[in-house]
Ligand binder design. Structure first.
Ligand SMILES: [Zn+2]
Length: 151
């Protein structure tokens, strides 16, 4: 099992492609960031433990609630106008209820449809760019005080 550290170092335009475009493109196809072949998911939103094609460890990153946040906001922005327009329409009650059911179904459907690619893209970007939790390391000293400092 090879780590993402084995990826080649690149510069400039090729650097951007390798760091962002490729992981995004592969994520949209729900494929591994490293080889572009292996499937990321073994079930809906459940990652494989490692890439079936290249063996990339899929436990090195965790998207947590990131995908849900982005998908939630996108869907909300897209559908918000209908929540203002629909109540103002002079529709008979059965048609109004039907419209709300349709609107809610479309929202839920779109969110469920968008979650896997969003999760895959975020995950691939984390894997490719070796994202991890922030760490703070003390240098072991506090430096010297400024010159005007009075003891
Ligand atoms: Zn792979």
């Amino acid at each position: 099992m090879r780590s993402p550290a084995a990826l080649p170092s690149v510069r400039g335009r090729a650097h951007l492609a390798a760091m962002y475009e490729e992981p995004i493109r592969r994520g949209l196809k729900l494929r591994c960031a490293r080889c572009g072949e292996g499937k990321l998911f073994r079930a809906y939103l459940k990652f494989n433990d490692e890439c079936p094609a290249c063996g990339q460890d899929f436990t090195v990153a965790d998207t947590a609630d990131g995908p849900a946040f982005f998908v939630g906001f996108l869907v909300m922005i897209l559908f918000a106008p209908f929540y203002f327009i629909l109540p103002m329409l002079p529709l008979p009650l059965p048609l109004m209820i039907g419209s709300w059911v349709l609107l809610l179904s479309m929202m839920i459907g779109l969110a469920l449809f968008l979650l896997p690619p969003f999760k895959a893209v975020l995950f691939n970007l984390q894997v490719r760019n070796r994202a991890e939790e922030a760490r703070w390391e003390s240098t072991g000293k506090h430096g010297s005080p400024p010159k005007h400092w009075k003891h």
